[in-house]
Design a protein around this ligand. Structure first.
Ligand code: MSP
Length: 525
């Protein structure tokens, strides 16, 4: 058999200065959906996520908690690791930047830059502004006046984070030398940054001129030591970005995994960190003479009741809160359905209940429940034998077999899951409309053969729906497909076709509800 094409996708790695929140969960689910979609579409997928454990932010938070940095990281990382089973994430590897393999890779990329472009790393002195919260340097003209909660004035970065003046000996990376190559990359590969609005933002930033960046720190120790100079630790972003190649075996560029998966197909990151991913990262790789990732996809932010999540506002939502309220698959569905491609999304409880009930409980859930119950009761508990197909039957099956997947594949490949779901639900609505118009309960007496055909057409439509929603609601899709007795190895997209229709006579179990209805008040309580 021919080798499957490869597909490598990554999330940002999360800082471990606090527990995971809904924003982290959203990004991981978004990436998980893409990974599952590509696996179902026949790709050999590598999905990497992890934690970003170095830097001043984490070191300071550990200190404030009276812990050694490593001990503190171990504690918090457990909470990020727990998101795996909690959110049903299908990642293949979880990287921690404190692992030996990552130290090795970070030192190796530093050395590779020095070997390939010796002038691109030089020792100098940094004197300027630094935001610990952003782990980023800022120039004077990027800053504005901000106020503390106690009214004290201080300078803040464009993110609102306070900055501090830093003067220290530092290694620099000659980013200024890469402006033309970067602009050429964006021009030759317009797909490198998605969505387009972000691409324009990056292009104008690069055109406005790039300064060399500091890539090492001396006034604290929590980082990867710079090769041959133990007084310095690497700037946390150089170390963090390198995780994407550590995860596939760098510095062993001859390893099977590196050869197979690098360059990555997708780096999925939030809109706040695209400069690091679209400017610094490709420039580091160019300097180290390594291949560039194919695409950076910037998602928007999840707000809560129209407001940015923030500790001071007290509206930070923990992923577990939503799981307790709605269950896992409804939460995954909600996040993928509500947030448009690359845009910010809003979470509100009232709307969530409405959406989950209308689409899942009353939509797909009801379709499955009433179809399978009628089959169970009226067809001896087995998939019925269809007779001649009417034009309505043919139209519904044509939608399921031939029309759905091609457009869904285009949307999903672009990470437009909200659009894909909107389209999948057109079939759910059409199928529910077909149940009402065909009224199989009335056919039971009038024309039982016709009833069997109608129920067969519905069950077959549900088979297709079960397959295509697997990446979004894996557990529920699996319940649906189990009820239809579809073998595990007949659930990928190649089975979305009229060549693999349900076999009449297959015994089914007594149907069980897949998506329970939520009561707004119960849930709020
Ligand atoms: N450690 C860096 C990333 C290094 S990647 C080489 C970092 N960490 S973070 O914990 O602050 O953020 C991790 C990811 O979560 C980022 O992609 C960030 O954009 C995303 N989000 C943080 N808050 C978010 C929301 N409220 N909504 C959606 N995503 C958000 O940045």
């Amino acid at each position: 058999m021919a080798d499957k094409p490869s597909f490598y996708i990554t999330t940002a790695i999360d800082y471990v200065n606090g527990a995971p929140h809904l924003g982290h969960a959203y990004e991981k689910i978004l990436t998980d959906v893409m990974a599952r979609h590509k696996r179902l579409d026949g790709f050999d997928v590598m999905f990497l996520t992890g934690t970003d454990e170095h830097g001043q932010k984490v070191a300071k938070t550990a200190e404030a908690n009276g812990k050694e940095p490593q001990e503190f990281c171990d504690e918090i990382t457990k909470k990020f690791l727990a998101m795996g089973p909690q959110l049903n994430l299908s990642y293949d590897d979880f990287i921690r930047t404190t692992e030996p393999r990552h130290y090795e890779a970070s030192k190796a990329i530093w050395n590779a830059i020095k070997e390939n472009n010796p002038d691109d790393i030089y020792l100098d002195k940094y004197a300027g502004w630094y935001s610990v919260r952003d782990e980023a340097y800022f120039t004077e003209d990027e800053l504005s006046e901000g106020e503390d909660s106690d009214g004290a004035k201080h300078k803040v970065a464009p993110t609102g984070a306070p900055v501090e003046w830093v003067e220290e000996s530092s290694y620099f990376f000659r980013l200024s030398a890469y402006a033309d190559q970067l602009l050429e990359l964006y021009q030759k590969h317009p797909e490198f940054i998605a969505p387009d609005s972000r691409r324009n933002e990056i292009i104008s930033f690069v055109k406005s001129g790039l300064q060399d960046i500091s890539i090492s720190r001396t006034n604290f120790k929590w980082g990867v030591p710079v090769p041959n100079d133990d007084d310095h630790v690497m700037y946390v972003w150089l170390d963090a970005l390198t995780n994407y190649i550590t995860g596939v075996g760098y510095p062993d560029t001859d390893s099977t995994s590196y050869k197979k998966f690098w360059p990555a197909d997708f780096h999925v990151v939030g809109k706040d960190i695209i400069r690091f991913h679209c400017i610094y990262w490709p420039a580091f790789l160019m300097a180290a003479n390594l291949e560039l990732p194919k695409r950076v996809f910037a998602h928007g932010f999840i707000n809560v009741n129209g407001q940015k999540m923030s500790k001071s506002v007290g509206n930070v939502v923990a992923p577990q809160d939503l799981l307790d309220l709605y269950g896992l698959d409804p939460t995954r569905y909600l996040l993928m359905r509500e947030v448009s491609h690359g845009q910010d999304g809003n979470f509100s409880h009232e709307y969530a209940v409405q959406r989950i009930n209308s689409d899942l409980a009353n939509g797909l859930g009801n379709l499955v429940q009433r179809t399978l119950s009628m089959i169970y009761k009226n067809c001896d508990g087995q998939i019925p034998q269809p007779g001649d197909l009417s034009s309505e039957d043919k139209a519904l099956l044509e939608h399921a077999h031939a029309k759905l997947l091609p457009s869904m594949r285009i949307d999903c490949d672009e990470m437009k899951f909200n659009r894909a779901l909107e389209n999948i639900w057109k079939l759910v609505i059409e199928a529910n409309g077909y149940v009402d118009s065909q009224a199989p309960w009335a056919l039971k007496k009038e024309d039982p053969m016709r009833m069997e055909t109608v129920l067969y057409v519905l069950a077959e439509t549900i088979r297709i729906l079960g397959i295509v929603v697997q990446s979004i609601v894996p557990d529920s899709a699996s319940k649906i497909l189990n009820q239809l007795k579809i073998a595990e190895d007949k659930r990928n997209y190649s089975f979305v076709s009229k060549d693999h229709m349900l076999e009449a006579g297959t015994k089914i179990d007594q149907p069980e509800g897949v998506f329970p209805r939520l009561e707004a008040n119960d849930v709020a309580a």
